[in-house]
Design a protein around this ligand. Structure first.
Ligand code: 5GP
Ligand code: MN
Length: 338
């Protein structure tokens, strides 16, 4: 909930057209892009001058989102991005809670004069913002944007574009409404988004049914040749080399979804997807129940996220990173087997 004074301040200042920047974490996912573009269309409907800036590019399966062509990529246009950040009256920071998550853009956001509003659902915030609108129990940042719009009393500004964008992030962050974070409120929100014009069938089709055939062959290859099953630790992981990515012509978004396979095996409580991205080895950890992968990512892999879904990275080789991951298992065996 927004504090009364913040609600009044936002209502008053958003009443007259102003300059707004919306940003989100690097390598944005469905929730990051759905929330930024959903808020973009919402704020544009009041006549504000709004710019979405991403710290990096993002996967092509999100490029159909309305407003995609207007997104400014900081890596491609740093000068333009910095100018917008410096001139903004408001900077909305969505789906992240530490400025390190937006790379060098973070230094500029930290120094900017604009009022910083954070809307997020991750654990362990670092408190860089002026106004905080966070809830770690929310399924997604998109769900929070919907709540935020309702608190502002502006549900009549939820256009079909806003509704479609917000639906995307709720769908992707809940694993199409499968994960534990899916609440009755989540379903109420998506029901209202459909009433406002979100097309759930088309969104699903755009997100999940647009793969290249080689991507499916790659999934088959990984499941047959890169999948490791450790029943004594109720753990399974997939480790992918840089050469594998090259051999199959795989780009960032093509590996999305592979992280959920380990947990589909009966009895598995901890799953990992470990990918050699050349400059860094990236880890995606998933768990069931009380195994807090955000703590594992924070303690061992310079990362974080949610209790059952987190990410991190390592500057070591793929083999060394896998060994580091395996070395953690005996330490948490009691949790894995309980
Ligand atoms: P994924 O495994 O899909 O990359 O990320 C899962 C969750 O962990 C997401 O909520 C994401 O924001 C978070 N996450 C992923 N990588 C990092 C990281 O390097 N640092 C932090 N703090 N969070 C991460
Ligand atoms: Mn999210």
């Amino acid at each position: 909930m927004l504090e009364k004074k913040n609600l009044e301040l936002l209502r008053a200042r958003l009443d007259t057209p102003c300059k707004i920047v919306i940003t989100t974490h690097h390598k944005p996912d469905g929730d990051a892009m759905g929330s930024t573009l959903g808020l973009y269309h919402f704020l544009k409907s009041f006549g504000h001058d709004v710019v979405v800036i991403t710290p990096t590019d993002y996967p092509s399966f999100l490029h159909w989102l309305p407003g995609n062509d207007l997104v400014v990529d900081f890596e491609k246009l740093p000068t333009v991005s910095i100018k917008h950040v410096n001139e903004a009256d408001f900077i909305f920071c969505l789906d992240f809670n530490a400025l390190s998550r937006i790379n060098e853009l973070g230094e500029h956001v930290a120094q900017a004069k604009g009022l910083k509003i954070k809307i997020d659902h991750h654990l362990l915030p670092d408190g860089f913002e002026d106004i905080n609108y966070s809830n770690i129990k929310a399924s997604s940042t998109c769900e929070l944007i919907y709540d935020f719009i309702l608190e502002l009393g502006s549900s009549d500004h939820i256009t079909p574009d806003v509704a479609n964008c917000l639906y995307v992030g709720i769908m992707t962050d809940t694993g199409s409404f499968k994960f534990d974070c899916t609440t009755p409120h989540t379903h109420e929100v998506v029901a209202n988004l459909i009433r406002k014009g979100a097309n759930s069938y088309q969104i699903y089709d755009q997100l999940f049914n647009q793969h290249q055939f080689r991507r499916l062959q790659f999934v088959g290859f990984c499941l047959s040749n890169r999948f490791h099953y450790l029943p004594e630790y109720n753990t399974a992981y997939i480790a992918i080399t840089a050469q594998d990515l090259k051999d199959f012509g795989i780009s960032t978004g093509d590996t999305e979804g592979l992280e959920s396979y380990p947990l589909t095996v009966k009895g598995i409580r901890l799953g990992a997807l470990i990918i050699d991205r050349t400059k860094l080895v990236k880890l995606s950890l998933r768990s069931k129940g009380d195994i807090a992968v955000n703590e594992i990512c924070r303690d061992y892999f310079n990362g974080g996220g949610h209790k059952n879904a987190s990410g991190g990275s390592s500057t070591k080789t793929l083999d060394e990173t896998v060994q580091d991951f395996l070395a953690i298992l005996p330490k948490i065996k009691h949790l894995l087997n309980s």
